[in-house]
Design a binder for this molecule. Structure first.
Ligand SMILES: C[S@@+](CC[C@H](N)C(=O)[O-])C[C@H]1O[C@@H](n2cnc3c(N)ncnc32)[C@H](O)[C@@H]1O
Length: 266
């Protein structure tokens, strides 16, 4: 019988206007040869300057609550060594940093150098002593630069949906986690409720895309809708985690079903 992993397609290619469609160098990071991955990398670099501002406006600040929940469900504790994968501008990494404290360590990985630059400058601007424990690393979710069983917890915020090969990313997360430890994976929920799906779709078409258009990012935010459409339902996410080797996996709806968090225990 075909496994879920084998059945999952790479999902939609992120849009890349012809003028901007250039292959980003992968000198510092092995980001694979897939053009879909290159296009996504370029997309997240383009939106980096306005990403945080748009998150606040579009979610009315709610993304901060969902991110706190994601970090809390990872069970990261003082002194832990933790990974924030697809860290972007660093929201989850900053929360993790405060959780694990100066005795702990946060490795924050992303394949967009622009997103990492934004993260590093935010770290300078709103400096707290514990932020010394964060290391920003340019790297690929599909080929993590860490040894097996290295982390006490892993968080992923709005990242898995954007990774081209989700089964492989899940296997990498499993590989780097210590036995008994958790991954907490926050993202948009691909709901099975027609009401929620219609609301999500209406909001993207009538709020998100028009607002993003004001920043010249129409196509970039149109991609959001197709990425949710090609994402996994809660049952599929749980199955994907189990196929990767996790002993337990449970998906929880957040934000009235618009968001979801997959908690997977190795
Ligand atoms: C929507 S942003 C989320 C950023 C942040 N975690 C947050 O919650 O605000 C998704 C991030 O995933 C990163 N990403 C996508 N695919 C990746 C991959 N294969 N390896 C590393 N980072 C990846 C993108 O560069 C982008 O910064």
């Amino acid at each position: 019988m075909a496994t879920l992993a084998a059945a999952i397609s790479a999902g939609p290619a992120a849009p890349a206007p012809a003028a901007r469609r250039r292959r980003r160098g992968c000198a510092a990071v092995s980001c694979g040869s897939s053009s879909a991955a290159d296009e996504r990398q370029a997309l997240f670099s383009r939106i980096a300057p306005v990403y945080d501002h748009l998150n606040d406006v579009l979610s009315l600040g709610q993304h901060r609550t969902w991110k706190r929940i994601c970090v809390s469900w990872s069970r990261a504790r003082r002194g832990d060594r933790v990974l924030d994968l697809c860290c972007g501008s660093g929201d989850l990494a900053f929360l993790l940093s405060q959780k694990v404290g100066l005795d702990g360590q946060v490795m924050a990985v992303d394949f967009s150098s622009q997103q990492l630059q934004t993260a590093a400058s935010r770290q300078d601007q709103r400096w707290k002593p514990c932020y010394k424990n964060i290391k920003w690393i340019e790297g690929d979710a599909l080929d993590l630069p860490f040894t097996d069983c290295y982390f006490d917890a892993v968080t992923v915020g709005y990242g898995l949906r954007n990774v081209v090969d989700k089964p492989k990313a899940m296997r990498e997360i499993f590989r780097v986690l210590k036995p008994g430890s958790r991954a907490s994976i926050l993202d948009f929920n691909k709901s099975s409720s027609l009401f929620t799906t219609s609301l999500q779709s209406w909001m993207i078409d009538n709020v998100v895309v028009p607002l993003a258009s004001g920043y010249g990012l129409t196509e970039e935010y149109k991609y959001l809708k197709s990425s949710i459409l090609h994402y996994l339902t809660e049952k599929e996410l749980e199955e994907l985690a189990k196929e990767a080797g996790f002993s337990a996996a449970k998906h929880y709806e957040l934000g009235g079903g618009l968001m979801g968090d997959l908690v997977a225990t190795r």
